[in-house]
Design a protein around this ligand. Structure first.
Ligand SMILES: CC(=O)N[C@H]1[C@@H](OP(=O)(O)O)O[C@H](CO)[C@@H](O)[C@@H]1O
Ligand SMILES: [Mg+2]
Length: 575
């Protein structure tokens, strides 16, 4: 009894102590948002320290399962930083803890923080102060404020009695998520295990490329824009071991190559669609990929002409389409090969997109007969939805995404492969298709979207199909679109519904959007789609203090004008 009281006292003392070491500057307000807390790196220490407390509490609540903390601001400028928490399955922290995360980050003084924690511990039934332990794995990107914020996170974690922090070093965001997931599954979880898994499964994918599909040297060449972040650094480490592909890293993050995310990286390429830092007309025709600062986003591009600075873009929607085609094809081979009637593999394949997905991609996927569903913006929503399927493929247009396979499906696939590997079936098309799915499930990160593993899966599929960048690009033509940002007094006054495609409050805003959209009729002949109208929606950003406006129409001029007129309504109403 006395020992318990002592421990309780110690717990309170530690929380008061750490909170007084990281006072909240006046006027600071943090919101957990689409991807954790983000702000100017120099102001982030109080929020990161509190995220440390939060992660340790989450681990205690989950019986000591490892939880992750990633210190990154992804594609944002180098001066920014951020923090987010990974749950034991490697996914994002359960959403019902977000209101507590917000309250904790904004607790005005040590006493308020202590009371908040004690109340939450009681409400959630967290066995704090017992003999329970907590483990938190930490990773950070290459930002200069990373080390300072790591220290703040460690102090937060250590404020919870029994918590144990493990610094995994400078990593891509998806590496840390992968490590958390593997650690909790009791399987190998180090960085070298991660690399070995990528290299081995990529090699297996290439071994399964039909002999007549082997590409020429140009087909094997890939230039990767590392956004001067951690992704390029990691790719440099493993590229020599990736056989069958010749990778050149630009904006690799080496001294003197440029600033993190500045005029480079996946976000820049996807939004600007021009030749950017590190690329020139000499690269015309070469397949290029671009990562963001923490390497969880991937897009592809090709410098289209020597005289203009434009690039042809393959965004997340087209990466998703390539993955969907490939997986569907393997399932068809397995299930439709006449001779093996008893050996089928029923699978529910689901495609998950957000409202930002280009309408042409959705139409393309639906035309293939695939089930396409929508969620709000943010991988935490997409990932969760994708887990409802045997195979769920999700991508945001900006390049966040992955493919998730259910445990049950993988075990059926494993049994089928074993059956087929014996007897005469070994070497059959069906066996090869099963092996390809198996290798793909090991290559692609199951915890979260991962630019490095996504890139290797794209490369393997292009080789399998014998496709050039151009073949891939021509799967469908994107509808012209425009995204704008509007500054308003309080962006939270906009409330959306129907996966963010409609504004429910203020209702007059949706009326204006409908009216403007009605003016922008699509030319059906030209676009060859079933749409009869342009499309437009607005939503408050979860990572920036802005309202985003997205518009799509049959021509660029129309998309621009639709976005502009709706942005004007937003300004008038809320500016
Ligand atoms: C339109 C858009 O690209 N939004 C991005 C952006 O979210 P916002 O809530 O729109 O700020 O950042 C998120 C985190 O990186 C990413 O998941 C999302 O796709
Ligand atoms: Mg990112």
């Amino acid at each position: 009894m006395a020992a318990n009281q002592e421990q309780e006292k110690e717990q309170r003392r530690r929380l008061l102590d750490v909170a007084s070491r990281f006072p909240l500057p006046s006027g600071c307000r943090f919101s957990y948002g689409t991807a954790g807390f983000r702000a100017d790196g120099a102001t982030m220490a109080p929020a990161v320290c509190r995220a440390g407390i939060l992660a340790a509490l989450r681990s205690v609540k989950l019986a000591g399962a490892a939880v992750g903390i990633v210190i990154t601001a992804s594609h944002n400028p180098v001066g920014d930083n951020g923090v987010k928490i990974a749950d034991p399955d490697g996914g994002m922290m359960a959403q019902h803890w977000e209101p507590f995360a917000d309250a904790l980050a904004n607790a005005p003084d040590p006493d308020a923080l202590l009371q908040l924690v004690l109340q939450f511990v009681k409400d959630e039934g967290i066995p704090l102060g017992g003999h329970h332990t907590a483990q938190v794995l930490l990773g950070r990107d290459t930002r200069p404020t990373g080390e300072y914020l790591l220290d703040a996170a460690l102090q937060g974690i250590n404020a919870i009695v029994g918590a144990h922090a493990i610094d995994m070093g400078i990593l891509t965001t998806p590496q840390l998520h992968w490590m958390v997931r593997n650690k909790n599954k009791g399987i190998k979880a180090s960085e070298s295990d991660y690399f070995t898994q990528l290299i081995d499964s990529f090699r297996r994918m290439l071994e399964l490329v039909p002999k007549d599909k082997g590409g020429d040297e140009l087909a094997k060449k890939l230039i990767v824009d590392g956004a001067n972040g951690i992704g390029g650094v990691k790719l440099e480490q493993i590229k020599a071991e990736l056989s069958g592909i010749d990778i050149i890293v630009r904006n690799s993050g080496k001294e003197g190559e440029g600033i993190l995310n500045h005029m480079c990286g996946a976000d820049f390429v996807q939004k600007e669609r021009v030749t950017h830092h590190g690329f020139s007309p000499e690269d015309v025709g070469v397949r290029c990929a671009s990562l963001d600062g923490d390497a969880d986003r991937l897009v592809y591009f090709c410098v289209s002409s020597a005289s203009e600075n434009k690039v042809d873009l393959v965004d997340g929607d087209k990466i998703l389409s390539l993955f969907a085609l490939f997986i569907r094809e393997q399932l068809d081979i397995i299930n439709n090969s006449g001779s093996q009637v008893n050996k089928s593999l029923p699978a529910r394949l689901g495609i998950v997109q957000t409202a930002y997905a280009n309408g042409a991609s959705t139409q393309f996927l639906k035309n293939l007969g695939l089930e396409v569903v929508f969620t709000p913006t943010g991988v935490k929503y997409l990932h969760k939805k994708a887990l409802e399927y045997d195979i769920g493929i999700y991508f945001e247009a900006n390049g966040h995404g992955t493919v998730v396979f259910s445990e049950e499906f993988l075990s059926q696939l494993d049994s089928l492969s074993n059956e087929l590997s014996s007897e005469t079936a070994n070497g059959s098309a069906q066996y090869h298709a099963a092996m390809r799915l198996m290798a793909a499930s090991q290559l692609i990160n199951q915890a979260v979207g991962d630019a490095l593993s996504g890139l290797l899966l794209v490369e393997a599929i292009l080789q399998y199909k014998g496709w050039s960048f151009q073949n891939w690009c021509e799967l469908y033509s994107d509808l012209p679109s425009r995204q704008l940002k509007v500054k308003v007094i309080d962006r939270s006054s906009i409330v959306t519904t129907d996966s963010e495609t409609k504004v429910s409050q203020p209702s007059s805003l949706q009326e204006s959007i409908d009216k403007e959209t009605g003016k922008h009729q699509l030319n059906r002949m030209h676009c060859n789609t079933n749409y009869t109208h342009g499309r437009c929606f607005v939503r408050p950003s979860g990572t920036e203090d802005v309202v985003r406006v997205y518009a799509e129409a049959s021509t660029q001029v129309e998309a621009d004008s639709l976005a502009r007129s709706v942005a004007h309504h937003v300004e008038q109403l809320l500016g």
